[in-house]
Design a protein around this ligand. Structure first.
Ligand code: F6P
Length: 255
């Protein structure tokens, strides 16, 4: 059971919603950098918010990462998932299979007893290959579904951590550093003013395709992600931010 209503969390939620201009913020107790159980609580909160918003027949786009993997762990069957389709938000981004969007969205769907589609696209594509893969009927079908997603669930990573976790060339790493990248999401690296400094070449949801009528659920916690969360949230559309006390306090304190 969740420990959300410890004194002070609701005030943190309100202050953070105001500072980041996000309609809704949920803060779970603790700091996931220090306590792994906090990441489970983030996952539980993600599932709860998805459940609050989902309607029969919805397409749900799901990104990768360890935080979303913990949301998949927390998923349980519910009549509300009936007829929903889970799709990966992006193709491979050079990560371990367990935390790729394909794995996570299919795991969520299986636990929810819903259906899913896979995006069979390798990492590190040349622009020509990317374009021709997008013409493949199987890939095209998933991209068409993605464009109709009414719920998008994604994480945010700290730029250096993400570049280190992926197969990133030394030259790209130094460019990210030179250009002061602080955050990564959907394969986009941004600086603290929200400007894109690099975009990974894969297929799937692009930032400019996020729509106002979609529910975008953003989840990221841990005080080490404070700058990254700040840079993403102030410049990109999100309907709900789910974070933890460690990150929430660090974001408000650094300003
Ligand atoms: O690589 C997929 C991804 O969703 C990234 O876009 C994001 O930065 C990262 O995972 C978050 O991962 P984690 O939840 O493990 O910090």
């Amino acid at each position: 059971q969740t420990v959300k209503y410890t004194f002070g969390l609701e005030e943190l939620e309100q202050r953070l919603a105001g500072y980041l201009s996000v309609p809704k913020v949920i803060v779970v107790a603790g700091d996931s950098d220090e306590l792994p159980v906090v990441k489970k609580e983030l996952g539980r909160a993600v599932v709860q918010q998805m459940k609050n918003r989902v309607r029969s027949g919805d397409v749900i786009a799901v990104a990768g990462g360890t935080t979303l993997a913990s949301a998949a762990e927390m998923m349980v069957p519910d009549p509300r998932w009936q007829n929903t389709i889970f799709v990966p938000a992006r193709g491979g981004l050079g990560e371990k299979v367990e935390i790729q969007a394909n794995t996570i969205s299919s795991a969520m769907a299986m636990k929810a007893q819903a259906s899913y589609r896979l995006l069979h696209v390798p990492d590190q594509l040349s622009e020509d290959t990317r374009r021709s893969l997008m013409q493949e009927p199987g890939v095209q079908e998933v991209l068409d579904l993605l464009s109709t997603a009414s719920i998008v669930v994604h994480g945010i990573g700290e730029a250096k951590t993400m570049a280190g976790r992926r197969t990133t060339s030394a030259s790209l790493r130094s460019r990210l550093e030179e250009e002061s990248a602080v955050a990564e999401s959907f394969g986009y690296y941004v600086n603290q003013d929200g400007q894109v400094v690099h975009r990974e070449n894969t297929v799937g949801l692009q930032w400019d395709e996020l729509r106002r009528d979609q529910t975008v659920i953003t989840v990221a916690g841990g005080s080490s992600k404070a700058k990254a969360i700040d840079a993403y949230m102030r410049y990109r559309p999100s309907s709900i931010l789910i974070t933890d006390e460690g990150a929430a306090k660090a974001i408000l304190e650094q300003n």
